[in-house]
Design a protein around this ligand. Sequence first.
Ligand code: B3K
Ligand code: ZN
Length: 881
Amino acid sequence: MAAQPKTILLKDYRPSAYLIEEVALTVDLFEDRARVCSRLVCCRNIQAAADSPLVLQGRKLVLKGIVLDGLALGPEQYLLDDETLTIPAVPERFVLEIETELYPQNNTSLDGLYRSSSNFCTQCEAEGFRKITYFLDRPDVLARYEVTISAEQERYPVLLANGNRVEAGELPQGRHYARWQDPYPKPSYLFAMVAGNLVKIADTFVTRSGRPVALEIYVQSHNRDKCAHAMDSLKKAMAWDEETFGLEYDLDQYMIVAVDDFNMGAMENKGLNVFNSKYVLARPDTATDGDYEGIEAVIAHEYFHNWTGNRVTCRDWFQLSLKEGLTVFRDQQFTGDQISPAVKRIHDVRLLRNVQFPEDNGPMAHPVRPDSFMEINNFYTVTIYEKGAEIIRMLHTLLGQELFRQGLALYLTRHDGHAATTDDFVQAMGEVSGRDLAQFKRWYTQAGTPQLKVQGEYDFQARTYTLRLEQSTPPTAGQPEKEPLHIPVALGLLDGQGREMELTCPERQGEAARGLFELRNPQETIRFNGVGEKPRLSILRNFSAPLKVAYDCDEEELLFLFRYDRDPFNRWEAGQCLASRLLLGLVEDFRHNRPLVLDQRFVEACGRLLGEEAMGDKAFLALLLTLPSEEYLAEQMEVVAVEAIHASRLFARQTLSRSLRPLWEQVYQANRATGPYRYEPALAGQRALRNLCLTYLVTLEDEAAVQLALAQFAKSDNMTDQMAAFAALAHSARPERHQVIADFYQQWQGDPLVLDKWLAVQATAPLPETLAEVQALMDHPAFQLKNPNKVRALIGSFAAGNPLCFHEMSGKGYSFLAEQILVLDPLNPQIAARLAARLGRGARYDATRRTLMRGQLERIVANKSLSRDVYEVVSKSLGKV
Ligand code: B3K
Ligand code: ZN
């Protein structure tokens, strides 16, 4: 980093002085370089002054020539620096031709044009296009593209770009070319091209207006047999969006290319999605139920972007959640409809709490619509995505499905083919519903997780129940004071038999009828009349707002809700609340050397659930019986007690295992598969429950349980079951763990995605030798530092999924991570910066750990050539910005 990177501010946004109407791009690919010629038809924006210079962005390019309206420009006619190409004077309309050279084979950042498994591919969001050619690389400049790619025919038989293929042919010297046209104007971040030796899996989807769409998935030939589920998911997503939102696909062709080296999950380039192979490839013996669900969700997510993101895009990157929050919400609803809305909701809330809440409570906390950043790639966060989706969900809850659908339609029609803002989206929702959403918009601008304090009081004489609700949002960096939010609170009251009580509230009749109350003030009181007995309160049903509830009820009430609540989310929530309370009590006992005892009432409640196992949704039951994560428990402590949290949770799991042993065994046997593996929600639920039983049994690490797991490990016909047995054994201290680790590798050494699981399981083992094992694995042939999936599997899982070892008191875990960040930063700054965020949580820990983490941050920041990405994360973590 030459100088301290600049901070970009939302308030500095200005429309572009020039626009690009048409782009003709010629990309010639060679083994040692690529030549890019672009021909841009440009015009001055009507708002811009006649003497505005033309400033194009470009990074790491070798400029070979510029021609303006047919005349070559000499070096005195333009200005060039590391980031920009400026032409001080241009006419109102002009044609600009630029030739550049670049070196994709050296591009390890996986941003721009790069190579993966000897193919060429691109990643342009957010600012990768400027690494391909000089351009107005900003999302509010939309242009029509024609792209011609040429390459050696034998090495790269497949040449793809956005839109429709209009021409192809042979060239001298064994080369060939293909020309593509995309009829839809798009911002540069949606540009994509691929050249490679790939096989095509093809299918067709007929839209509801009767147009056939060619669906094509491109993979390396050895993966041909792993694409059926992805194709099936794509068709489901297309049908779902037509049915749910009336949205149809708009091109004749939809292509997906799977690549092994990819920084994120996938990318929604117009008509040509590029995917991390993790989110395409699946076969029963190599992918778990979780992988199948993930593939379905990511395929749907990228497909849904075609409307929410591509047809209507973002004005600037501060609006990122406009497309991401909305599209995540859409994919969540889709998955909920495929599996079960309650199970999906629980998965999403777990992610929000385990990852987003800590982010919102740390040095990188930012609003869903941030007002500043240094490096936009650092803002593809759980806050933009998941909290962003929660904001959309709240609008959906407030408006209801029908009005929400109308609002979305209005937003899409009004802004079709243009770039928009989050305000535009809320505006459309306000218009269709006639609601004033001005206060609601604070959800976009205030960072931090709000808290809702709840108190309930029953007056036996007056037969009234009075709720006192008090909201507050903690201060975050740059935002010391917070304003009250507009919060939808879904709630219900239950009688002693667990029946829903009628809500009578004369002052708020409409809200009572919906069971949905809208808070706008810091404090509100809601009084219910005609309440015949002391009710049990079920508050924030279905997690109707992304906040922390502080409701001081007793354990009996939680046990009651855990058993009877009609809202499945809150039933699960009551169990989690109760378990958290008990576990945090054990943490205190552990720290004071008091004997640990798990509340018998909770054990009995779990036993009852297991006894009724045959009756309910098994995936849901497995969630009811899973204790809150160490991460979530940590989040609830003032100062995180790393070892005590781990020990208490382990003790609780062992106690449940021991006390209910015959039940775990019985349910395990009763849920044996009756046929070959199929990915189907009911069967996946059955496997989840059965594997939960196995995991509980193995926590005791006795001979019988270990034999059960070894048998399952050896005999499973599918990765879900094999993986559950593998993880349970590899995380135990039993000597057999070494054998299964070796056997698993032996069996799967040819499959990189399965090896990611192998690495991640070892990195997350809560054992004293884990760090040494992880360090040894860095030199194993299964690991490659240049491949983000490997880095996430080994280093990422260790730092984010193994609190006991990562936060080990000596600080060895921290210094290992810092070392890797420094090695990775020059190779792939985006991945390095993600890892760096793990070192920024020191404030939540004791003085020793805080100092150790800070020491590692200082060690990193002392490096003079840091990327903008890592610099931003580390300097913010050190409180220097
Ligand atoms: N929009 C892409 C993410 C791009 C990442 C840029 N660093 C994937 C998605 O959200 O669909
Ligand atoms: Zn997205």
